[in-house]
Design a protein around this ligand. Sequence first.
Ligand SMILES: [Zn+2]
Length: 349
Amino acid sequence: MNKEKSRGIHDVLLPEKVAIGPGLSDAARDYIGGLASGGRILFVHGRSSYLKLSGILSGLALDDVEIDAPPSLAEVQAASERLRSPRYSVVVSIGGGSVIDAGKLLSSRLNIPSVSIPTSLSHDGIASPRASLRSNNGPASMAARVPRAVFVDLSVAMSSPHRFVAAGFGDTVAKKTAVLDWKLASEKGVEEYGDYSAALAELSAEHVLRASNYIAAGSEFGLRVLAEALVSSGIAMAIAGSSRPASGSEHLFAHALQLLRPDAALHGEMCGVGTIMMAKLHGIDWEQIRRSLQEVGAPVDARGLGVADVDVVRALTIANKITNRYTILSEGLSFDEAEKLARSTGVIR
Ligand SMILES: [Zn+2]
């Protein structure tokens, strides 16, 4: 890549406020009240998150939308048409991944700011400019507006099942190989490498790897480190203007596996197992990644993911067909090569 060439204007939108800590309800209520400034709030929530934190919005004028699964593009379009009037001043999303993503998409469509209040730390969509959608070809992702503010209440995250924390750890460790895939694409001359956003994504992986024992224990410090890393990864995507720094071959494996076995495991759990195998392909210390995942209680093999060995092998062979993003899997793996890789890393027995 010619580094002297003008890259034109690089427009970056970031959250104006990120608050991480225990007991943030009052701070969130004050902020949202100020942002809404008397206008109506569109409250996006899941079934259980509604009960957990809905007190934040008590006394404010709102209408609510319940989200129980990733929406399809058609559903988002229909909802945004239906919700054009009355005119809302802010979207507030309280819940898990699908809720936060739906909130970001509605914020883009309705052209109003959003506030993300995640109730679990299972993935890095908390502060990112991307949202996952359901489609006939498996999970898809599209651009969405970065939240204006993010409140991560650690007391709520600490009361969520540890499985979500372990999945968030897997989604963060994944940046190790995502960044290497990006570098590879740049060496091939197919994509420009963003040193700064790549360094930030890599830092979030290093940050959680260093604190793995605290995250394993589910302590407030450990969850704070994980929350910071998830937010940093979202910000790396916002700076890059794409999911490139946060999603490489390990994510393509996870998407492929989800296509073959929908709902078998959480996104971050599949990404963690993908990272073990992609780390081996990239020639970095895959055993350390495997040990860290094991330490925090994340799955490290097909059994842990609740899938058959053959599903893992098949996912590896089709991962390069999920998108045209260049990664270490782009040349394709034969069934035998995939089986050998999965076996040599202990993912299948
Ligand atoms: Zn991810």
